[in-house]
Design a protein around this ligand. Structure first.
Ligand code: AMP
Length: 355
């Protein structure tokens, strides 16, 4: 049975009309605008201050129009313009960061994907309930320092943008830190990071079947993180800590990766479990999502985070990836979103992919 995500009243004026794909001028906007154009959609860039000049350098990814706001956070005051152009918002990490999860959830404009997922993603406790109940392996969580029996990463609840983490190799080292703010102590998993770019289509009737739709793997990346990735060149952690230099995980860019092919069954099993559980918990996750984890030397994958929308790592693959090329040559995640919308329009199923 088809799952309706969208209130028919919200969608009414959008049906049977020429849609515009809108997103913030940030994050993965080039790819989203390029994909929209490839599928014949109009696009609108929501800019803070002036439209960024760099779009002039990329004519194939320049949006057809701009909505300029003093601040991204003012978006709720401009819904009339979005309505008049029958905009569909394509969410990115920037929406959550700049508009805020609560205000974004209430915007009276159709959003690509299920916006109810945001409550599950933005709260680390709920995210763990979702992933663990899906049967996905996660780093162990310690209730307090006395339980610690190996390396740990301490994450403050309010930690943002890759700052505010503490690494400790053992309990003794951890006890040397004074930690006052609310935090979680997590097993530090030793291995190699992989960021898996999935796409779940509730409309698709072929491919790797999950729920009533299909799961696709469109790419993989690894994030470049300053300063942790290069810090070792300056000396050991102990020396650095003594000099007042602390590790951070600020994302500065992305590099493409592929996994050993024999690990792909595990990857699809993880994606499948997460989607199946999302269907049970909140009506499902539609469109792009990214599972972020660490592969150990025992070839066990530990998931430390999920992003339930397009991630910036997909920017590597505007002309396709070693995986998406085998779905459709040259397929980017941005174009995949536009293709899903086209199909939903054609089959009169927009209420299954918009919320
Ligand atoms: P997060 O804010 O949870 O995405 O974590 C930021 C970064 O910290 C990740 O991109 C990883 O590089 C690292 N990290 C997070 N959790 C773990 C973990 N349990 N073990 C090892 N590294 C981690």
């Amino acid at each position: 049975m088809a799952r309706k995500l969208c209130d028919p009243e919200l969608l009414g004026p959008w049906k049977g009309q020429g849609l515009t794909l809108a997103t913030l001028c940030s994050h993965s906007s080039l790819q989203i605008f390029h994909g929209a154009r490839q599928e014949g959609y109009r696009s609108l860039g929501i800019a803070q201050g002036r439209p960024p000049r760099f779009y002039d350098a990329f004519p194939l990814a320049r949006p057809d129009g701009f909505l300029t706001l003093p601040r991204f956070g003012d978006l709720p005051d401009h819904v009339e313009r979005l309505r008049s152009e029958r905009c569909v918002l394509v969410p990115t990490g920037s929406f959550v960061e700049y508009v805020g999860p609560e205000r974004f959830a209430k915007l009276p404009i159709p959003v690509f994907g299920n916006r109810r997922v945001m409550a599950w993603e933005s709260d680390r406790e709920k995210e763990r309930v979702w992933l663990e109940s899906a049967g996905v392996r996660m780093p162990r969580r310690y209730e307090g320092p006395s339980e610690v029996d190996g390396p740990v990463i301490v994450k403050y609840y309010g930690a943002k943008g890759g700052r505010g983490f503490i690494l400790a190799k053992n309990r003794q080292e951890l006890e040397g830190y004074t930690i006052t703010e609310p935090h979680v102590i997590q097993q530090y998993v030793i291995g190699t990071r992989y960021y898996l770019h999935f796409f779940y289509s509730p409309l698709s009737e072929d491919g790797y079947r999950v729920g009533e739709g299909s799961l696709e793997l469109l790419g993989m990346d690894r994030r470049d993180e300053a300063n942790i990735d290069e810090l070792y060149k300056l000396g050991s952690q102990e020396e650095l800590t003594r000099s007042g230099i602390r590790p951070t995980f600020v994302v500065t860019g992305n590099v493409p990766v592929v996994l050993r092919e024999s690990l792909l069954p595990d990857v699809f099993d993880i994606g499948e479990r997460i989607v199946e559980r999302s269907l049970e918990l909140f009506g499902g996750m539609v469109g792009p999502f990214c599972v972020e984890g660490i592969m150990t030397e025992e070839l066990k994958f530990y998931v430390f985070e999920i992003s339930t929308r397009i991630v910036a790592g997909t920017n590597l693959f505007i002309q396709g990836s070693p995986y998406s090329d085998l779905v459709r040559p040259g397929l980017s995640t941005g174009r995949r979103i536009a293709l899903e919308l086209r199909r939903a329009e054609r089959e009169d199923r927009l209420d299954e992919v918009l919320s």
